[in-house]
Design a protein around this ligand. Structure first.
Ligand code: TYM
Length: 344
């Protein structure tokens, strides 16, 4: 298969309550990857409206996620940061992919089933087609690497299936248009590290999520030092001491989660954390966790709050990012139109 220049793409929904799972599962990796790759980071507002949104809140949350990107250390001059709705090719390519993806593929998506719940008849068509828009986000730039949390793995598999089917269905035209044997790369999910699936602080069997009604289930990036400390102290645990080895975390989801969070915040491994805390009880461990969480997160949260109220600054980043992204997207969309046989 053709080789493609390495390019990173990832997205975050502006749906409020930006939390520790988003930070450790995605943002920390976004920042790490920017030294080695060209990166495009997108605030996916078109995805957000697959469920009801208040326009006032949505605008606030778009700026909040952008501020989180910048406060975490993403370099918006070197890389591209923008919001999805400013680059119309995302929606345009998503339509093409709606005609490539099969109903059977979308019917298997577990996230749709979870989000639609029991009242599936009343879910939006957009929520159902969400994964084809996500495929379009990535493939409109022909991106090769996608840093995400574990929960996005199935969507990435679908993205690869869409790319593969497009390449197969249009192989002759792709060659004829001068793109060799494949127009789209098969993007690699980058799901690594000790916190690819951060769980709720109240229930180790549930994912930490923006929509959990309990604020104690998650650490929000905008929480101050006191709130972080309170949430860690209240986090559910079990009565045993921490084990000295990973195997001892089996069947102890809350302990496993806190150890993973600690490791990710400190930039070490779970093994290292257990070497330090094995045999100790939770109260000492939690004090250390509060310290590392406050040290790492509180400054990011404070900077994020400062930036998000500076609308001119944030909106300027998004506008300039969108201009740069549009140039890349327009070129690839024109190629897709040629491949499909559209007259332009
Ligand atoms: P979203 O907005 O739900 O989450 C943003 C990122 O945070 C990760 N994440 C987590 N990681 C670890 N533990 C958790 N509890 C946790 N919760 C969320 C997500 O995996 C994600 O990486 N569909 C995507 C947005 C999207 C996208 C894209 C991503 C749209 N187009 C193209 C990559 C490429 C989503 O809903 O993420």
């Amino acid at each position: 298969m053709s080789s493609f220049p390495q390019l990173v793409f990832s997205g975050v929904q502006p749906t409020g309550n930006f939390h520790l799972g988003n930070y450790l599962g995605a943002l920390v990796k976004f920042v790490e990857m920017q030294d080695r790759f060209d990166c495009i980071y997108c605030v996916v507002d078109l995805h957000a409206i697959t469920v009801a949104q208040s326009p006032i809140e949505l605008r606030k949350h778009i700026r909040e996620v952008t501020a989180a990107f910048i406060a975490s250390g993403i370099d918006a001059e070197k890389h591209i940061v923008f919001n999805q709705s400013q680059v119309s090719e995302h929606a345009e390519l998503a339509w093409v992919f709606n005609c490539i993806a099969r109903l059977g593929w979308l019917n298997r998506m577990t996230q749709f089933k979870e989000k639609a719940g029991k009242d599936r008849e009343n879910a939006s068509v957009g929520l159902y087609a969400y994964p084809t828009l996500m495929a379009a986000d990535i493939l409109i730039y022909r991106a090769t690497h996608v840093p995400v949390g574990e929960d996005q793995k199935q969507h990435l598999e679908l993205t690869r299936d869409v790319a593969q089917k497009f390449n197969n269905d249009y192989s002759q035209s792709i060659a004829h248009c001068g793109f060799g044997d494949a127009f789209f790369p098969l993007p690699e999910p980058v799901i690594q590290g000790p916190a690819t699936r951060v769980m709720s602080l109240r229930d180790g069997a549930k994912k930490m999520s923006k929509s959990d009604p309990s604020d104690y289930s998650r650490i929000n990036l905008t929480d101050d030092a006191d709130q972080i400390a309170q949430k860690v102290r209240k986090a559910k645990t079990d009565p045993d001491a921490l084990p000295s080895e990973i195997a001892g975390l089996a069947g102890r989801p809350e302990a496993d989660n806190l150890v993973g969070i600690f490791a990710a915040l400190q930039g070490t491994s779970r093994e290292d954390v257990l070497r330090e805390f094995g045999g100790k009880n939770f109260s000492g461990f939690k004090s250390a966790l509060v310290e590392v969480a406050v040290t790492k997160l509180a400054p990011v949260g404070a900077e994020m709050k400062r930036l998000q109220s500076d609308h001119a600054y944030i909106d300027g980043i998004l506008r300039r990012g969108a201009e740069r992204a549009s140039r890349l997207a327009a070129k690839n969309m024109a190629a897709v139109k040629d491949i499909l046989g559209f007259v332009r």
